[in-house]
Design a binder for this molecule. Sequence first.
Ligand code: ARG
Length: 459
Amino acid sequence: MKKPWAGRFKGKTSKAVEGFTSSVSFDARLWRYDIEGSIAHAKMLGRQGIIPQRDATLIIKALEEIKEEIEAGKFRFLEGLEDVHMNIEHALIRKVGPIGGMLHTARSRNDQIALDLRLYLRDEIKGIVRLLRSLQRVIVHMAEENIDTIMPGYTHLQRAQPVLLSHHLLAYYEMFERDVERLGDCLKRVNVLPLGSAALAGTSLPVDRGYVAELLGFSAVSENSIDAVSDRDFVIEFLSASSVLMVHLSRLSEEFILWNSAEFGFIELPDAFSTGSSIMPQKKNPDVFELIRGKAGRVFGSLMTLLSMMKALPLAYNRDMQEDKEPLFDAVDTIRSCLSVLNEVMPAVRFKKEAMRRAAEDGFSTATDLAEYLVRKGMPFRDAHRLVGRVVRYCIDRGRSLPDLGIRELRRFSGLFDEDVFHLLSAEGSVNSRSSKGGTSRAEVLKRIKTLKTRLKRI
Ligand code: ARG
């Protein structure tokens, strides 16, 4: 089989080099985009009269056939043909003869691969955003169902202040919202047509790049041919947005792992989404969440691969850049699988409301409420903080808790305490008093849920 670039060569490629340089084992996954791009390119070549219109028509028809063959699993990608581009071009020439060789007019594999990758990533970003949107829906639904569940909010993994479980869950909604925004922003820079840059300098043939962009739904045409074939910053951007997303997923997973432990006992995982131990019969493990937590590392790894691969590469195209694909594909697959499984598991998690509430009432999680009470009575916050600290110390020494102190005992610390203080020392009272915008009070959280529900209906 002759390689399309064999002209200037006398000798044959060594088998070792052929295997080493070939990328078709992984870039074959871009076939659909490669064909879509080629069809648009052929249309433009015909329309501009760069190749005869009837040859363009034949080429397009043959490309459609190749597409059907690949879809039907009847196409064999050959390693010796190096990459997805040459495999498809080779099949085209076999179908239509030498006129198939016209397709590569005014283009190079350098702008072709940049095009394929942009078309691929554009689709994947949209798919990931859809999965994120459905996870957001799941979260809002969970928040609504659990609006009366109170849990301890934590800092330093120590009980800090009572919060609504809904409020805690909705924190993830906000993180995912920013993830969607970051991906959407990245998409703007992905959605630029590089084709027509040819190898690096552009082409002497009268191409119409605007027409190709229109056919392929790009919102812009690249401005500099050297830049268009040599940068992969759009991949790096996608991988960094993806890494942030994985940070969020790993935090959510870690919390569910903790909550599922006997030490917390806040949730019960459904059997369908847990696994057992081969030696310890009693075990029911949160493997799904552990795997998500672990897979975050793979996505960060992809980002690091791209950054180090691109660093200090001289312009324009270098073969190093072929190394962008596997990490990108791996990151896309990882993110998709994590989001899909979360969309299934999350609605099936059962919250042990009583245990959460008990934990929220235990300890001194309403100490801040006590201090803010004194502030409302005119005491400077620093003094109130110190005074309540002494009350807490008093309780610790006697094995007591704040809500079971009597008014006479409290008055020994300050005359400002009245009967109305007890209402604040309950978990509900504490939660509902936090009605500042974005706070955890029931009213505030319900307001947010309502807004989010209408927003999600519109998108
Ligand atoms: N397989 C190559 C890549 O992934 C395609 C471009 C190859 N260009 C070249 N001149 N060797 O980057």
